[in-house]
Design a protein around this ligand. Structure first.
Ligand code: UTP
Length: 272
């Protein structure tokens, strides 16, 4: 059973400066809802109710967002505006939140390792809130599709999407053997390869299910691309033991870590 979802949210969000100078990227709203709330709602759809958030300096508003604002509740109660709080109230009552800080931003792998204290020794999901998924598709949310898959395979799972070959340098990219429709046994993974070095055009997006042995592996993983500790490198160690599958998920994803993807997501959700 997977109960916990880890949200690495300590990054600087430099592509959104100056907006992210004093405000976390994860709090940028698509329409009226911050990215991280979409992520928490997705985790809830997958049956996960324990949210573990890795934050950093300047990220306090994330904690305040998932807490009661008594002043606001007092002001708005019984008015015509009360319905604006319905969704966030629902989220707060349905799950628990715990936080830890990544003191130095040494990469996504390192951020996940910082979350070990909140996760313990059980399989868990990882959700990068800046990858925003439309979770209204028939097969359910991306994370719920992956949780179902975990029940069958009981190993680490990465969500993948086909990207144009010239964009492989933005992603972790896998190679693998298709064992079932849209499911691959991963044989290789490379972080942000140049198109000529990419083993395929299957890019890893910000949804993972990880088994807890990943923590020891990350601890023994040397810094890789960009001098950062990469989760892709740690996962490669698991993959070599035959313990990682990649899943071509059903649904639509927006890269809200880039301005272009963020604008596309905003237009998409507005038109819906
Ligand atoms: P990104 O690569 O998008 O980095 O991180 P970033 O700092 O958020 O944004 P840019 O590139 O400077 O614009 C992917 C995810 O990993 C988290 C980020 O918060 C984001 O959710 N992350 C990354 C950490 O939590 N810690 C890190 O050291 C690095």
């Amino acid at each position: 059973m997977i109960r916990k979802c880890l949200f690495p949210a300590a990054g600087y969000g430099t592509r959104f400066l100056p907006a992210t100078k004093a405000m976390p990227k994860e709090m940028l709203p698509v329409l009226t809802k911050p990215l991280i709330q979409y992520g928490v709602e997705e985790a809830l759809t997958a049956g996960l109710d324990t949210m573990a958030i890795v934050t950093g300096r300047g990220k306090r508003s994330i904690e305040d967002h998932f807490d009661i604002s008594y002043e606001l509740e007092h002001q708005i109660k019984g008015t015509s505006k009360e319905h604006y709080l319905t969704e966030i109230r629902d989220v707060i009552t349905r799950c628990t939140f715990s936080y830890t800080r990544q003191v130095e931003m040494k990469g996504l792998g390192h951020a996940i390792l910082s979350g070990q204290t909140l996760i313990g020794n059980e399989p868990f999901a990882v959700l990068l809130a800046d990858d925003l998924c439309d979770n209204t598709c028939e097969q359910g949310s991306v994370l719920s599709q992956m949780v179902k898959l975990y029940e069958k395979y009981q190993c680490s799972i990465v969500a993948i999407e086909e990207v144009p070959k010239e964009e492989t340098f933005k992603y972790g990219v896998i190679a693998g053997d298709e064992i079932e429709e849209d499911i691959f046994q991963v044989t290789n993974m490379v972080e942000k390869p140049e198109p000529k070095d990419a083993p395929s055009n299957y890019a890893i997006i910000g949804r993972y299910i990880l088994t807890p042995d990943i923590f020891d592996i990350i601890e023994n993983t040397e810094p890789g691309r960009g001098g950062e500790i990469q989760i892709t490198d740690a996962l490669l160690t698991q993959a070599k033991q035959g313990k990682v599958i990649a899943y071509k998920f059903k649904g639509q994803r927006f890269d809200c870590g880039s301005v272009e993807g963020f604008v596309r997501a905003t237009n998409y959700f507005y038109n819906k």
